[in-house]
Design a protein around this ligand. Structure first.
Ligand SMILES: [Zn+2]
Ligand SMILES: [Zn+2]
Length: 275
């Protein structure tokens, strides 16, 4: 199993970092987790794409995690040469989101159906709204969901992907919570969105300070990893984006609490999952 951080950024546009999105490559195909700004540009860099992914999973419906859903929906449709519904898993609200996305694209769907002679079907999705438990089971791959805590954003879910004996957890945006602990138990890799509490407090801008109460800080994420015997912690969705030369400060805030390997994500960071 392999993990590729497609986008390591946050809601704030950044020339170096696409929006939140992670590709998990398994024996039964590529699974995409969240679809922030620029996701398909980054997927193209590793030979994946909307038509090829086995399924899309959403951790929650915050705009930065779903910005490019419409791009995936359209490209899946136009780059497939037979009907290829997009399997989408996400919290309650995902089904209306897909309907609204399709409604937004209605003029374009009409143009393309009228123009392309061999495109005789509409785009479509197969949506499964999830809460907890095993939600996907095929071949060697089993995917489990559990509720996380990103209040007042609700509901939100995290995911654990097991491929044979290897495991990866996608925390999404959350403060430490029981659901995430359950997913993380002895996982090989935990991919956790984080914010820097010290830097954000220093800015003192209320719009930014607000993000502290529903995200994990770097020490929070490290403590979750340590408490649950995780092997490798990948810090992503970095707020604020690390200034060049400050990377070690981010790592130190984690290694003060966690003895495993800590990696600060950048776009297209690729990690083979091994014990
Ligand atoms: Zn969020
Ligand atoms: Zn976010």
């Amino acid at each position: 199993m392999q993990v590729v951080i497609l986008g390591s950024g946050s809601p704030l546009p950044d020339p170096q970092r696409a929006g939140p999105s992670t590709l998990v490559r398994t024996a039964v195909g590529d699974f995409l987790f969240d679809c922030g700004r620029g996701v398909l540009m980054r997927a193209a860099a590793v030979g994946s794409g909307a038509a090829a992914i086995r399924a899309l999973f959403l951790t929650h419906l915050h705009s930065d995690h779903i910005t490019d859903l419409n791009d995936i929906y359209t490209m899946r449709w136009t780059m497939s040469f037979q009907p290829n519904p997009l399997p989408v898993y996400g919290p309650a609200g995902t089904a209306p989101l897909l309907r609204a996305t399709e409604a937004m694209l209605e003029p374009d769907i009409g143009y393309r159906l009228a123009h392309h002679g061999d495109l005789k079907w509409r785009p479509s999705a197969e949506v499964t709204e999830v809460e907890s438990g095993v939600i996907f089971n095929e071949g060697t791959v089993r995917i489990t969901a559990a509720p996380t805590n990103h209040a007042p954003v609700h509901p939100t879910v995290g995911y654990r992907i097991n491929d044979g004996e290897h495991s990866v957890v996608i925390a999404g945006d959350t403060v430490p919570c029981a659901g995430l602990d359950e997913l993380c138990e002895k996982a090989d890799v935990l991919i956790h969105t984080v914010v820097r509490r010290d830097l954000i407090e220093e800015f003192g801008l209320p719009r930014l300070t607000d993000v502290l109460d529903y995200h994990s800080s770097v020490p929070d994420a490290a403590q979750t990893a340590a408490r649950n015997g995780v092997g490798t912690l990948i810090l992503t969705h970095l707020v604020p984006a690390p200034a060049p030369g400050t990377e070690q400060d981010w790592l130190n805030q984690a290694t003060n609490h966690f003895r495993g390997q800590v990696v600060l994500a950048f776009d297209l960071l690729t990690l083979d999952v091994i014990h």
